[in-house]
Design a protein around this ligand. Structure first.
Ligand code: HEM
Length: 174
């Protein structure tokens, strides 16, 4: 009796329909195993890092760095220090909530809570209240933590510093 059962089980297994199913299952297992060994599509390479910029600028020179040209670099100044805020492009880039500060001296705006800046002439901000001065200083400190320093915003008649290669690498000081 047991022999009959064994034979019928084997017959069952090797019946054409079951053979087709067995091969289909083996094929699926093969596909799954293969997919594990296949390399995943390589991600798009990150854009090459922007060359570091080390330069003192006038208000007029700063103006072109508003992120709208092909390079897309964004700079802004706070308390006479120019920062490269390209990393914060979602804030300052074209269409960003703080794009009014891009390529500008943002000191007065940040000190007074106005998202607006003038690019017409040097603003000595000497009329700011002590609270506003403190607020601008807080922003300056925050920018120093987060962004690279490019140089100084030049007052009219001031001469730019000539930075060496080493200065260019030392981005956290003036
Ligand atoms: C209703 C008022 C405001 C709200 C809800 C608001 C909200 C925010 C938020 C959520 C961020 C992003 C923070 C992050 O992800 O790190 C931000 C960033 C910023 N906010 Fe505002 N903000 C307001 C008003 C202002 C005003 C009045 C100024 C200046 C005049 C200002 C200047 C900035 C700047 C400069 C940044 C970017 C800082 C960076 O580069 O990391 N915000 N704000």
């Amino acid at each position: 009796m047991a022999e009959t059962d064994a034979v019928s089980f084997w017959d069952e297994l090797t019946s054409p329909i079951n053979l087709v199913l067995v091969f289909f299952i083996l094929y699926l297992v093969y596909k799954i195993v293969k997919s594990h060994f296949e390399s995943v599509e390589p991600a798009a390479p990150p854009p090459p890092p922007m060359p570091k910029l080390r330069k003192d600028m006038t208000v007029a020179e700063l103006k072109k760095y508003d992120g709208t040209d092909a390079e897309g670099r964004v700079l802004l100044a706070v308390n006479g220090i120019i920062f490269d805020v390209t990393r914060g492009k979602r804030f300052y880039g074209p269409g960003g909530p703080y794009s009014a500060f891009a390529g500008k001296d943002a000191t007065r705006g940040l000190a007074t809570g106005q998202v607006a800046a003038s690019d017409t002439e040097y603003d000595d901000v000497s009329d700011l209240s002590p609270d506003e001065v403190a607020s601008a200083k807080e922003w300056e400190d925050q920018f120093k933590e987060k962004y690279d320093i490019v140089g100084r915003l030049l007052k009219p008649g001031e001469t730019p510093t000539v930075y060496s290669e080493e200065d260019a690498e030392d981005k956290k000081s003036l």
